[in-house]
Design a protein around this ligand. Structure first.
Ligand code: 5AD
Ligand code: SF4
Length: 484
């Protein structure tokens, strides 16, 4: 089991092991010695604060980093003025990077008050040369910089920082390595993300991810299944299988297995009641997967299927490898097989060369696909991607005007779709107490919609029948149904 390695039994005066994860447990034991000294000196535990930017992958990586820190003896806090602050960064769009520079300004002030404070940065933005050069030059108070491939080494880097007092920069360009069995803490006791693969091989022409997350590699099915079994034994009822393109899972393994086959195995694990996954690339979504989803009693009726654009001409320039018609026919197939499926998407507005006609094609797909919701993004030029050098960038005012039109359409369709469930009884997994109104407990339907229900905190982590009494556009109010 994770979290149960006895660090006290590790001899930290011997040489560190070369094998993983044993090497990292050795460094965790070493850091623990430092934490004990801190406690003696300050009469309290050291506190850590983490903030995660970006996608579910980053969120899961952060849970593992928090697992390392808690094993060492740090205690998590919501206060940014902590003894260790770590930002797990995103770089998919330019504004994500700007947020980090802004936050670092504040941290400098905190560090002046607490010179022993450690500041660590990791994640996708650290995989880019430009930002790392800028940080080491203009923000020299940052202690540790590491990337997406070596976050498992955090304890080792922390030891290096304690011992040398110098800025530690450790970025790997890529890796074949998948380190299993590290400690982890989960944000929610009843649901968890599970990585099934890392990296991406698709090289969509606007996207930085393949450059910062490296080549696609799948975890072995037995590792995934054993992790899910121990999560289930620990009370987890919902899992989200994570990968940049889950539909190509397993292709590069020594014993190849399809994503659909993996899902069938996950389905057999008792205790797991809901299975979600993301993200699906339309070009790899197989009939076999649709069949497995249709016959499953656990796979949620929700599919996130990024379209990016409705224009076949732009899809080709984006290197997406499907046409508008192929995408719509896939949506048709899914809706026919699973009539109550919620389909959501990602759309980029203002990709270089986008004409009014291209944009109208996107609007057409939005109407025809009848999305339950859509994440809409303004195209952001990412240095190093092919699209960054395309000359015909679209003027900002035009992009903004299209973006507003798209958002309006997406919201109208989503609101109309949500109305269809008003008055119905659906299963809800309750997740947390409502922040604005403590009498309400917030949960999610199988299709991922949010519902607020009057009830007590005992509901959290449980799945119950709920009557959706009122649709508020993007969420519902409901009542427990059929319970005494
Ligand atoms: N500009 C805008 N949006 C982007 N995405 C990825 N790269 C960019 C970019 N350069 C969006 C895509 C992807 C989502 C995670 O982020 O829509 O599906
Ligand atoms: Fe980026 Fe395309 Fe890979 Fe998704 S599939 S991470 S959009 S390159």
């Amino acid at each position: 089991m994770y979290n149960e390695i006895d660090l006290d039994k590790i001899d930290i005066n011997s040489e560190p092991p070369t094998e993983e994860p044993a090497r990292q447990y050795y460094f965790m034991a070493k850091c623990r010695g430092w934490v004990q000294e801190f406690k003696k000196k300050n009469g309290r535990c050291p506190f850590f604060f983490t903030q995660t930017f970006g996608c579910q992958m980053n969120a899961r990586d952060s849970e593992k980093i928090c697992g390392i820190l808690e094993t060492i003896g740090y205690v998590q806090t919501d206060e940014e003025e902590a003894d260790l602050v770590l930002y797990n960064t995103c770089t998919v769009r330019e504004n994500a990077n700007n947020k980090i520079y802004g936050r670092l300004g504040y941290l400098n002030g905190y560090k002046k008050k607490n010179p022993d404070m450690k500041i660590a940065l990791c994640g996708c933005m650290m995989q880019e040369k430009g930002p790392v050069e800028k940080i080491t030059k203009s923000y020299p108070f940052v202690d540790i910089i590491f990337g997406t491939h070596n976050f498992f080494k955090f304890a080792e880097l922390l030891v290096q920082s304690f011992e040398t007092g110098q800025t530690v920069v450790d970025i790997w360009e890529d890796t074949e390595k998948i380190v299993e069995k590290l400690p982890t803490v989960r944000k929610f006791p009843f649901k968890s993300g599970v990585n099934i693969m890392f990296g991406c091989n698709n090289f969509c022409s606007y996207c930085i991810v393949p450059y910062v997350r490296g080549r696609e590699r799948s975890r072995k099915p037995e590792e995934i299944l054993s992790e899910i079994r121990s999560l289930a034994a620990d009370g987890v009822v919902e899992i989200m299988l994570l990968g940049q393109n889950v539909n190509s899972y397993g292709k590069t393994l020594d014993n190849p297995i399809s994503f659909a086959e993996l899902l069938k195995e996950v389905e057999k694990i008792s205790g797991i009641e809901r299975i979600r996954f993301m993200t699906s690339h339309p070009k790899d979504l197989s009939d076999e997967l649709i069949e497995v989803m249709k016959n499953s009693s656990k796979i949620c009726h929700h599919l996130h299927l990024p379209v990016q654009s409705g224009s076949t001409r732009l899809l080709e320039k984006m290197n997406r490898k499907y046409t508008k018609e192929e995408y719509l026919s896939l949506v048709g197939k899914l809706r026919k097989a699973i009539p109550d499926i919620a389909i959501t998407t990602d759309i980029i507005v203002g990709f270089p060369g986008e004409t009014e006609q291209d944009f109208e094609e996107t609007m057409d797909v939005v109407r025809k696909a009848d999305y339950d919701s859509a994440f809409t993004f303004i195209y952001s030029k990412r240095t190093g991607t092919p699209a960054a050098s395309y000359e015909d960038q679209v003027p900002e005012h035009m992009v903004k005007e299209r973006f507003d039109r798209l958002l309006k359409e997406v919201q109208e369709i989503a609101a109309r779709k949500s109305m269809q469930l008003e008055g119905k009884v659906e299963k809800v997994l309750f997740e947390h107490q409502n922040e604005q109104d403590e009498a309400l407990i917030t949960g999610r339907l199988s299709n991922n919609s949010v519902v607020h229900v009057k009830g007590s905190v005992e509901l959290i982590g449980k799945i119950r029948d709920v009557k959706l009494t009122e649709c508020k556009g993007f969420y519902y109010y409901g009542e427990l149904y059929g319970h005494a």
